[in-house]
Design a protein around this ligand. Structure first.
Ligand SMILES: Cc1cc2nc3c(=O)[nH]c(=O)nc-3n(C[C@H](O)[C@H](O)[C@H](O)COP(=O)(O)OP(=O)(O)OC[C@H]3O[C@@H](n4cnc5c(N)ncnc54)[C@H](O)[C@@H]3O)c2cc1C
Length: 497
């Protein structure tokens, strides 16, 4: 029977990004996908700097960047068009080394992800393969799938299976996980248009129309793409409201059929769910398989990307035999304990935002409900820390920025997939580092501003660029460095933060 380190079920963005990351780490990986091609219609239209940084790791960032559009921010208006709240987003390079937000077309990204995998010999992609059975046999998992091109059933074996198999995940059923429900289940009509000619009056901002009778969202996509998302009332029929004549009637205040082509119309039911269990033995979940969010923050695919960035290096350390036994079990358990609270926080904010769009709020009410309760309402200020897991102290589990080295290169290009010590130059003097661990100091980079943001003189970064903690003295820094795998077979007891 063919054997793999990891079998990924599902070749959406979560599965594809995970396949790249595992392939880069040299893991023998198979991706099994039921469909023959990527889903060709638009879904996600926004991603953030953290996602762009992951795309940088796998060589996609520079390719997708020219295909993106600026995202100046979000505006909330009432039925009469009066501005209730302006929520600008920072422009220019931010702490992650990229812009804070990007507008994009999901099929463009999925094509780049798939094209890029053709150059990764460690990864075998098998489309038209429907997985119908998995069995965790203790030492490995047996997977059975139907090759839909010929109807043949194949059996393979993998050390781990990651279900990136979307909202109706089969792997989630094998894990027998329930779903935590945050109470948002609404039908929204999603309309994607391609303009025949430019229409600058529509603007570049996302606009939330806080009109209780018919809440709606306008989003500018890249190029001539534009999207409206419009609430479907309980008494309305999904098929009827998605008819072109009805759609143009709903859009008449903004645009006419002469000005654009309808690319697609579809009614989605948006949910707000998080799986109770993200792991059972050798089976794990990532992406929509373990969380689903209303789209108001544009964070569904972003959350899936954060999942796989958290998971890949843990699987790599284990499959490479660098972490074994009980330590491997504990390391894998930190995946759910770290990721779940972060995903939950984003979903709850999206639910709050959805509630607001359904009402005509005052500026004060809107601002209070938005991320950044300090009134700044800046997305950056809310990026919630990950939950308890690896590291030490309250400065553990923070997403750290990406320093630029003196020669202009971004840190992750120089130390891909490695642990990195970022430290004040004086504190780093004479520091003894395990093999393969990078060192970036205030003397050879702009690390000082990143350390100031963390509020520490030094930190140790995991491969996913979250901190293991903060240090202000040489002793504290040595203690943090000791949390990095000091030799291939032992993992220090992780302190739950
Ligand atoms: C209208 C809309 C707007 C959105 N806007 C945003 C946004 O702006 N920003 C954002 O970040 N996110 C957004 N999202 C969410 C985003 O599109 C999803 O979160 C993302 O596509 C999920 O990726 P995934 O890889 O987890 O799952 P999917 O893309 O659903 O992929 C799962 C794959 O698994 C395959 N599969 C399932 N079962 C099996 C099986 N048994 N065997 C083999 N293959 C199987 C499926 O065929 C599918 O290809 C939006 C979604 C919608 C619908």
């Amino acid at each position: 029977m063919e054997e793999f380190d990891v079998a990924i079920v599902g070749y959406g963005p979560a599965g594809a990004v995970l396949a790249h990351l595992l392939g880069q780490c040299g893991l023998k990986t198979v991706v099994l996908e039921r469909e023959s091609a990527a889903y060709h219609l638009p879904r996600a239209v926004h991603f953030d700097a953290e996602v762009m940084r992951v795309l940088q790791w796998i060589g996609i960032a520079e390719k997708i960047e020219p295909m993106t559009a600026l995202h100046p921010g979000m505006r909330f208006v009432d039925g009469g068009g009066k501005l209730l709240l302006d929520w600008p987003r920072p422009q220019g390079e931010g702490p992650q080394g990229w812009r804070a937000n990007y507008r994009f077309h999901q099929p463009d990204l999925e094509k780049l992800l798939r094209d890029g995998l053709a150059d990764r010999p460690e990864v075998s992609v098998r489309t038209r393969c429907d997985v119908f059975f998995v069995e965790d046999q203790g030492e490995s998992v047996e997977i059975r799938y139907e090759d839909m091109t010929c109807g043949k059933v194949n059996r393979i074996r993998a050390k781990y299976v990651v279900g990136c198999d979307g909202a109706r995940s089969l792997i989630r059923r094998y894990i027998e996980s329930g779903m935590e429900d945050y109470g948002f289940h609404e039908r929204w009509l999603v309309v994607d248009l391609i303009l025949n000619r430019d229409k600058p009056e529509l603007g570049d901002h996302s606009i939330q129309y806080c009109v209780p009778e018919r809440p709606a969202t306008y989003v500018r996509g890249p190029g001539m793409r534009r999207r409206w998302e419009i609430t479907v009332r309980p008494e309305e029929d999904s098929a009827e409201i998605a008819r072109p004549e009805r759609v143009w009637e709903l859009l008449k205040d903004w645009i006419t059929p002469e000005e654009a082509e309808l690319e697609r119309t579809a009614v989605y039911v948006f949910h707000s769910l998080v799986a109770d269990d993200w792991r059972k033995g050798r089976l794990l979940l990532a992406g929509d398989a373990c969380h689903q969010t209303p789209p108001f923050m544009g964070q569904g695919m972003c959350a899936g990307t954060r999942d796989v960035a958290n998971l890949y290096w843990k699987l790599a350390l284990i499959c490479q035999g660098k972490v074994t036994g009980e330590a491997a079990e504990r390391l894998l358990d930190t995946y759910e304990s770290e990721r779940k609270p972060n995903a939950r926080e984003y979903i709850q904010t999206a639910v709050r935002l959805g509630g607001l769009i359904n009402t005509v709020g005052t500026e004060t009410a809107l601002r209070a409900a938005l991320p950044g309760a300090d009134g700044s309402a800046r997305m950056e200020s809310i990026a919630p820390p990950i939950g308890p897991g690896l590291g030490q102290g309250e400065k553990a589990g923070r997403l750290f920025g990406q320093p630029r080295l003196a020669d202009g290169r971004l840190m992750d290009r120089v130390f891909p997939h490695a642990f990195v010590v970022v430290a004040d130059a004086e504190l780093a003097e004479g520091l003894d580092l395990p093999e393969g661990v990078g060192l970036v100091t205030t003397a050879n980079s702009n690390a000082a501003e990143h350390l100031a943001r963390l509020g520490a003189r030094a930190t140790v970064l995991r491969p996913d660029r979250h901190t293991l903690g903060g240090a202000d003295t040489p002793e504290e820094l040595r203690a943090l460095v000791a949390l990095i795998l000091p030799n291939p077979l032992t993992l220090q007891e992780p302190e739950m933060v």
